[in-house]
Design a protein around this ligand. Structure first.
Ligand code: SAM
Length: 303
């Protein structure tokens, strides 16, 4: 009954030509209709994204664009470029340099040393956002003398963030937020407090005082192939298996079925002893977990 009244009210507002900037409560049916429309006109499938975050994003899109859900559906059906913009608006792109330093410390001291003898190290950053995770990896590899052997692919569903990642230009104020993480991973050793490697971040970034940006140095920038890839529908299009798959803070937006399918998919596309790294608020609950050795959020494929 409540839903019927809300829908009637929404239709009436739209009939009299009024579009509200106050978020309207969306019904499950509204969301399902929107997801179906996206799927039918584009192939993007958001049906297995977690409801809470997805609802919030759609509500924000409606408020920002002064539309109701029916107007949004109509517009995505008729304007493919607008649909691409909506996909970008749905995604959450928060990231930082050396995000969750403990994870990078595990990689540095417990995982990467085991790759010292590999002639090639294939790495995939799935859901790389604006690239800070990729540059963190490259800095770490460089400090461990593994840089030349590494081949990196970084993907995301959102092509705008890939452009930022490829350029490697960030706001200067971000560096002050990142510097603590950088120091924890690159300068300090949590297993030996006497050790201190005084490597300034300016080894990897140039600071542009004119436009208040920091720029990733070209030798790091040139190393990665950035590609658009949708984890929901695209398979391994890269023609290789991986030694490291980083998929952090992406699975949290997916329901358990999709998460489990992706865990299977990542497992199949890892080399023996290769590792999958997930976010610190993510977990692996499916039976596939038995096929991995776990070190924090690093899952190493068993022999
Ligand atoms: C919160 S960011 C995580 C960035 C980085 N991995 C980190 O941990 O800092 C999540 C990223 O996943 C991407 N994403 C969401 N759905 C995706 C999908 N179906 N396929 C590929 N990437 C997706 C988003 O565009 C966003 O850039």
């Amino acid at each position: 009954m409540r839903e019927k009244i809300i829908n009637f009210f929404k239709k009436w507002l739209s009939f009299v030509g009024y579009t509200t900037t106050v978020p309207m409560e969306l019904s499950n049916q509204d969301i399902l209709t929107f997801i179906e429309a996206m799927k039918s006109v584009s192939g993007y499938d958001f049906s297995e994204y977690t409801e809470k975050s997805f609802y919030r994003r759609i509500e924000k899109i409606l408020v920002d664009n002064h539309m109701d859900i029916n107007q949004l559906i109509l517009k995505i059906k008729n304007h493919p470029e607008y649909l691409e913009q909506i996909v970008k608006d749905i995604t959450v792109n928060t990231t930082e340099l050396f995000r969750d330093p403990e994870t990078w410390q595990i990689l540095k001291y417990q995982v990467l040393p085991k790759f010292q003898d590999l002639p090639v190290i294939n790495i995939w950053h799935a859901g790389c956002s604006t690239g800070q995770e990729v540059y963190s990896m490259l800095i770490l590899l460089n400090e461990m003398n593994l840089f030349d052997r590494a081949h990196l692919i970084a993907t995301d569903i959102n092509s705008d963030v890939l452009d930022v990642a490829d350029k490697g230009i960030y706001k200067y104020r971000a560096i002050s937020e990142y510097i603590d993480n950088y120091n924890k991973v690159i300068k300090e050793n949590p297993y030996n407090y006497d050790e201190f490697n005084d490597i300034p971040y300016t080894k990897y970034f140039t600071v542009e005082k004119v436009d208040y940006t920091i720029r990733v140095k070209p030798f790091l920038r040139k190393k990665t192939i950035f590609l658009k890839h949708d984890l929901v529908k695209d398979r391994n299009i890269f023609d290789r298996h991986f030694d490291i798959i980083m998929c952090r803070n992406v699975l949290i937006y997916f329901n358990h079925n999709l998460q489990n399918r992706l865990f299977e998919f990542f497992y199949e596309n890892l080399n023996q002893n290769g590792c999958l790294v997930i976010g610190k608020h993510e977990g692996m609950l499916s039976p596939i977990a038995n096929k991995f050795k776990k070190k924090g959020v690093v899952f190493i494929k068993k022999e």
